[in-house]
Design a binder for this molecule. Structure first.
Ligand SMILES: NCc1[nH]cc(CCC(=O)O)c1CC(=O)O
Length: 319
């Protein structure tokens, strides 16, 4: 008996197709079953409103999840940073593969780096997190930049620079890599300066909770360190009671002594979009071995950030 093809639900954007295509190949290799891509349009793809105005989290994710719930597809691939922090009981986060480059990247005219941007440079980003940190960095380095809210897919955003409408745009390095446009990057923004969104650069592979055999097969693609890191980052986000459009950056990484992994570090930042105030803190702990431990690391840092006034800085977000 030949088993039917596995149906992978995907958004139609170039980025979604690229990441779904890569996962489809890996799953095909793993299971020996063919994988068919099923295209699904989400509200986040069709709306021209600014992401912060569409409101709530998960605009890119909801339609894929509905298709999973209706059994129209067997599994779905999401950008982990687009996933709401609450996991629905009927779905399993079957795998979090090894994370790609988590950094934000600058695509600027004339090959400019961020430090080389001229006085008053117009920098496009729709992300309050990026605005807050870019403006804070500029302030502390005596630069003046103007952040300009934009949205759209990778090609649209890069287009603003090529058409001369903006001096630069900021995008996730991982997204540019996945669609084969990393050659456009003129500067990679260090995570020491600009913390990425929780989960940035990581993928989430989700299937129905009742489909235990598929979940077990997909789990082969899981990377425990990436999963622990993104779990801590998302736990921080949830404990701050912030969503994916909030000005929150977070990154967990491993601290090693030579080859020996010693601890996990979690860094977090919250700020006002004008960059006038930031709360930026870091904590370290033993490398989490369970989801509970990873979540505790995130909650611990959130409590410290809230004690330093983080909540007051998130109030202005437009929802
Ligand atoms: N918010 C949209 C989004 N969701 C995931 C990525 C790509 C990178 C990733 O997987 O983190 C992007 C584009 C961007 O932020 O530039």
């Amino acid at each position: 008996m030949t088993e039917r093809a596995l149906r992978l639900g995907t958004r139609r954007s170039r980025l979604a197709m690229a990441q779904s295509g890569q996962v489809a190949e890996a799953v095909q290799e793993l299971t020996g079953r063919s994988v068919e891509l099923v295209e699904i349009t989400t509200y986040g793809d069709t709306s021209r409103e600014h992401l912060a105005q569409i409101g709530g989290t998960g605009v890119f994710v909801a339609a894929l999840r509905e298709a999973l719930a209706r059994d129209e597809v067997d599994f779905a691939v999401h950008s982990l940073k687009d996933l709401p922090t609450a996991q629905p009981a009927e779905l399993t986060l079957a795998a979090v593969p090894v994370r790609e480059d988590p950094r934000d990247a600058l695509v600027a005219r004339d090959g400019l780096t961020f430090a080389e941007l001229p006085e008053g440079a117009r920098v496009g980003t729709g992300s309050p997190r990026r605005m807050a940190q870019l403006n804070a960095y500029a302030r502390s380095h005596g630069m003046t930049i103007r952040t300009v809210p934009i949205r759209g897919n990778v090609d649209t955003r890069i287009g603003y620079v090529h058409k001369g409408e903006l001096d630069a745009v900021v995008l996730a390095a991982a997204g540019l890599n996945r669609v084969g446009r990393s050659d456009e990057v003129t500067d990679f923004l260090s995570v020491d300066t600009i913390l990425p969104a929780p989960g940035q650069g990581a993928l989430a592979i989700e299937c129905a909770a009742h489909n235990a055999s598929l979940a077990a097969a997909l789990a082969e693609l899981d990377d425990p360190y990436t999963r622990a890191a993104v779990t801590a980052e998302r736990s921080l986000l949830a404990a701050l009671e912030a969503g994916c459009s909030a000005p929150v950056g977070a990154l967990a990484d491993l601290l090693a002594d030579g080859q020996i992994v010693k601890e996990m570090r979690l860094r977090g930042v919250v700020g006002t979009t004008d960059g006038s105030s930031l709360v930026q803190l870091s904590t370290t702990g033993p490398v989490p071995e369970t989801e509970t431990q990873a979540m505790a690391l995130g909650r611990e840092l959130a409590a410290e950030m809230l004690a330093k006034g983080a909540a007051g800085l998130m109030g202005e977000r437009a929802l």
